[in-house]
Design a protein around this ligand. Structure first.
Ligand code: SF4
Ligand code: ZN
Ligand code: ZN
Length: 315
């Protein structure tokens, strides 16, 4: 071994390839991969995300996070023969973008021998995201496409998970996504949304498939390194609508803070988790679910956000 090579601080045998700033660990390839998988296992057990007989729908867009999630869950799932995985892809209808990511989602599901189903905005709501955006421009509605996309995708995933008889819905939000969402809701002053931002959703409704986020304690750069080292194929082109999102500024800010003070993203997440019981207690009534008077789907409001947005482009 070369004189200047640093050894892995865990196994003390192999050369380190990754420096985890927030913990001070220097890890070799094998220890890094194991540590990410163990982190996910830890998150799952800490928040009691799954039961042994769960049928788990996994939202798979084909991006690195969802590819990593499906891969790791399928690995963990082998130890639990009574549980099942089913991959779900939502086709929002974004021309020149979704087609390729769909192909990758199909491929990873096939490689891992996981059943895969696709649901589209067009079939579920009557519009593609492209046509929604066109209509919103014509009507001069000042809403970013990501607002429509996010709201409709959440609803689509729940409909899809129910359709395939899933008892849980796993999404691939990583630590960065979670920390960003927490700050975005703070900046918007949306405390109700904050109260609903849980590792495993505790609100119960017969039409609502509880959502879990097994990657929420894995930083984005570690997800990237994980898929790279595992040589997994994923879709990386940016969505043509991404430039309209507020998230970019928050991402830059958090990355800068993390650089200066490693561990910042974990602090944001953990502070939120500490406040969560109080938020939920204080907003108990506002975060319970009723049925939307238009579509009958579960929502904290009289009319669900999806119906509200769709009405705006229709009227
Ligand atoms: Fe949807 Fe926005 Fe993501 Fe594009 S960037 S897929 S519009 S949420
Ligand atoms: Zn090692
Ligand atoms: Zn509705």
């Amino acid at each position: 071994m070369g004189k200047f090579q640093t050894l892995c601080t865990k196994c003390k045998k192999s050369p380190a390839i990754f420096f985890r700033k927030y913990s001070g660990e220097k890890l070799c390839k094998k220890c890094f991969l194991e540590s990410v998988e163990n982190r996910v296992k830890g998150t799952i057990s800490r928040f009691k995300m799954f039961r042994e007989e769960d049928r788990i729908a996994v939202g798979v867009s084909g991006g690195k996070d969802s590819v990593a999630l499906l891969y790791i869950l399928s690995k963990i799932e082998r130890e639990f023969p009574k549980s099942e995985l089913i991959a779900i892809t939502i086709d929002e209808g974004i021309k020149g973008y979704r087609e390729e990511s769909l192909r990758i989602a199909r491929k990873i599901a096939k490689d891992l021998d996981v059943e895969h189903v696709v649901f589209s905005f067009k079939d579920l709501f009557g519009y593609t995201l492209d046509s929604i955006f066109e209509r919103s421009l014509k009507k001069e509605i000042r809403l970013a496409p990501c607002t429509y996309c996010g709201v409709l995708r959440r609803k689509a995933l729940n409909l899809a998970a129910r359709e395939v008889n899933a008892s849980k819905l796993a999404t691939a939000h990583n630590l960065d996504d979670e920390a960003q969402t927490i700050l975005i809701n703070f900046l918007r002053g949306d405390v109700e949304r904050l109260a609903r931002l849980e590792p495993i959703q505790s609100i119960v409704h017969p039409k609502f498939v509880p959502r879990v986020k097994p990657l929420m304690e894995v930083p984005e750069n570690e997800v990237s390194l994980y898929v790279y080292l595992r040589e997994l194929d994923f879709f990386s082109a940016p969505c043509p609508y991404a430039r309209y999102a507020l998230r970019g500024d928050i991402r830059d800010f958090l990355n800068k803070m993390e650089e200066k003070r490693p561990g910042t993203k974990f602090i944001v997440l953990n502070t939120h988790l500490k406040l969560l019981p109080f938020l939920k207690q204080a907003l108990r009534e506002k975060v319970s679910l009723q049925e939307c008077i238009i579509c009958g789907e579960p929502t904290p409001h009289k009319i669900c956000k999806a119906c509200e947005l769709l009405q705006r482009i229709q009227n």
